[in-house]
Ligand binder design. Structure first.
Ligand code: C5P
Length: 212
């Protein structure tokens, strides 16, 4: 099989990470979670007492493999700081080549915000995964707390945080969050992870990109 590159973009907590991981496993392709790169840069800035709006570039250039394996990258303060460092064009260009080198080595399933538009505009297939803010907030809450959210205030807070981050990601000048023109859009409000994976595999099969 050729070195397939499959781009999976979408807003926060839409289910793209789950899809990308499962798809990579199914197709025996490497998986790259590009959000982790921005999170790791943000974590470095915060730990150094820096300002995520200013100090991203130096930390993006110094990023080490072990920075990606920390267990404190998926916490709310890093959600916010990652979205701030990600606005910086210098940060984005420092991370761009790493993503391309990884993907080109053996092909990959790559998830993020600008994969189909900027990082791999020539990807073999592109998907844009989305869901309503309410559904995404509920999923994010479950991921972080291990159970469904019954507290409407906590859910409203989660929705507001997701909306703020999406707004920031979609309005930045460099590589904003948006679907590539040739991306297949999948709304996952009423789909579980297995159904999304099946749908994507069916599309790849119909296009002759995979045989299952
Ligand atoms: O996907 P995740 O929520 O881990 O991404 C964290 C942040 O990193 C996003 O809110 C976004 O600002 C940034 N990001 C990006 N481009 C990507 C992946 C993530 O700007 N390709």
């Amino acid at each position: 099989m050729k070195h397939l590159i499959i781009a999976i973009d979408g807003p926060a907590a839409a289910g793209k990470g789950t899809l990308a991981r499962q798809l990579a496993e199914t197709l025996e392709l490497p998986y790259l979670d590009t959000g982790l790169l921005y999170r790791a840069v943000a974590r470095r800035v915060l730990n150094a007492g820096g300002n995520p709006e200013i100090d991203g570039p130096e930390h993006a250039q110094q990023l080490l493999p072990e920075d990606l394996h920390r267990d404190d990258l998926r916490v709310p303060e890093v959600d916010r700081a990652a979205s701030l460092v990600a606005r910086d064009a210098e940060v984005r260009s420092a991370l761009l080549e790493r993503q391309r080198i990884f993907g080109r080595a053996r092909g990959a399933v790559v998830d993020g915000r600008d994969i189909g538009t900027v990082v791999f505009p020539d990807a073999h297939a592109k998907f844009f995964i989305t869901a309503s803010p309410e559904v995404r907030a509920q999923r994010r809450y479950e991921q972080r707390h291990g159970s469904a959210c019954a507290d409407s205030n906590a859910l409203a807070k989660e929705i507001a945080a997701l909306n703020a981050r999406d707004e920031q990601d979609a309005s930045r000048a460099t590589a904003p969050l948006r679907p590539a023109e040739d991306a297949v859009k999948i709304v996952t409000d009423h789909l579980d992870a297995a159904s999304v994976l099946a749908k994507v595999c069916q599309i790849l099969q119909e296009r002759g990109l995979i045989r299952i």
